[in-house]
Design a protein around this ligand. Structure first.
Ligand code: AKG
Ligand code: FE2
Length: 331
């Protein structure tokens, strides 16, 4: 018997976890679909990717102008920084935002890749089928971070949907329920407040506590107007302090989520508000005129029950509510 010496095949090298925020430039000449591939790869590795120059100065200034009349009427939201506010319901406030930002090609390709719900099942005896449901728009929120705002505490956005993951050594499609794009309408700097992240934290086990304070793994997304970042709901992040005395930082965000978890019958379009007002309280809540804790189903960051019953108490009025204060007090 003869033996031939075979060359040892190197074991596939695992990528080491990223320590920096990846970024791409939307003005690069590589073509839109190559950019999409780069963003998808970067987000799979780090959970987040900065995309420079995705929106033109004209789009940025048009959106700022469209939203300005609403700023004074926008109230603070308790779960955001003490000196910032969140404007919601943006689709009708700025047509440019609705068409150019929500409809942005790169973002659509990226969120469709990560958040499309896929399901293969036996639909009947003898018949197996696969269904794919593209994501839905989860929320539209413009974050105005005013001077003298403290750090927001680290969190994951997918807590809204009570989403949970175990640890993973590499990204597996289907892991996430939420994907977002935050675009800068003003500069976002270390002085006036950036969003900070821990790259790679989208692969952590959710039972691990978030690091507290100035963790060395934190990275800050400094953006020029027209830049954005895209991130998964599983990445650990927060907004950071605005320590200036005169700069308002504005980020406009678009969030998409898996579309399969909604009521089968669309009660909101089946019954008019007038009809719902005549239902007993428990039925109003049961068909969706309430929030799923902690923050799912709001209207203008308030309990939707107030649309049918203005005297109803607001389940969102103190952010996470009294349970938060209890949990904080227990620290
Ligand atoms: O304003 C920011 O930079 C991020 C805000 C944020 O992450 C949130 O409120 O969920
Ligand atoms: Fe967040």
């Amino acid at each position: 018997m003869t033996f031939t010496k075979t060359e040892a095949v190197p074991a596939p090298t695992k990528k080491s976890p990223p320590t920096e925020l990846p970024e791409v430039d939307a003005r690069s000449q590589c073509g839109q679909d190559a950019l999409v591939d780069q963003i998808i790869e970067a987000i799979s590795d780090a959970g987040v990717c900065i995309v420079r120059n995705i929106f033109s100065p004209e789009i940025v200034s048009q959106i700022l102008e469209d939203l300005e009349p609403y700023v004074a009427k926008t109230t603070q939201f308790d779960s955001y920084n003490a000196n910032g506010c969140q404007m919601t319901g943006l689709l009708t406030k700025s047509e440019t935002y609705a068409h150019k930002v929500v409809g942005n090609y790169l973002f659509q390709k990226v969120h469709n890749y990560f958040i499309t719900a896929r399901y293969r099942c036996w639909v009947q005896e003898g018949v197996q089928m696969t269904f794919e449901s593209p994501p839905q728009l989860n929320s539209t929120v413009c974050f105005y971070l005013n001077p003298d705002s403290p750090d927001q505490l680290l969190h994951r956005d997918d807590q809204i949907h009570q989403h949970w993951n175990g640890a993973a050594s590499e990204y597996v499609l289907g892991r996430d329920a939420v994907c977002s794009m935050f675009a800068a309408l003003t500069p976002a700097t270390r002085d006036n407040g950036t969003t900070r992240f821990i790259p790679g934290s989208h692969l952590w086990d959710y039972k691990e506590p978030y690091p507290v304070g100035q963790d060395p793994r934190l990275r800050y997304a400094e953006l020029n107007p027209g830049d954005c970042f895209m991130m998964l709901g599983s990445v650990v992040h927060a907004s950071s302090a605005n320590t200036t005395t005169d700069q308002r930082r504005v980020l406009i965000s678009t969030h998409v989520s898996r579309s399969n978890l909604r009521a089968e019958e669309n009660h909101f379009l089946t019954y008019s508000l007038e009809e719902v007002k005549k239902f007993p309280l428990w039925l109003q809540q049961f068909i969706g005129y309430t929030v799923s804790k902690p923050f799912c189903g709001w209207v203008d960051k308030k309990d939707p029950l107030r649309l049918v019953n203005p005297k109803a108490s607001d389940a969102l009025v103190s952010g996470y509510g009294k349970e938060y204060l209890e949990a904080k007090g227990a620290l």
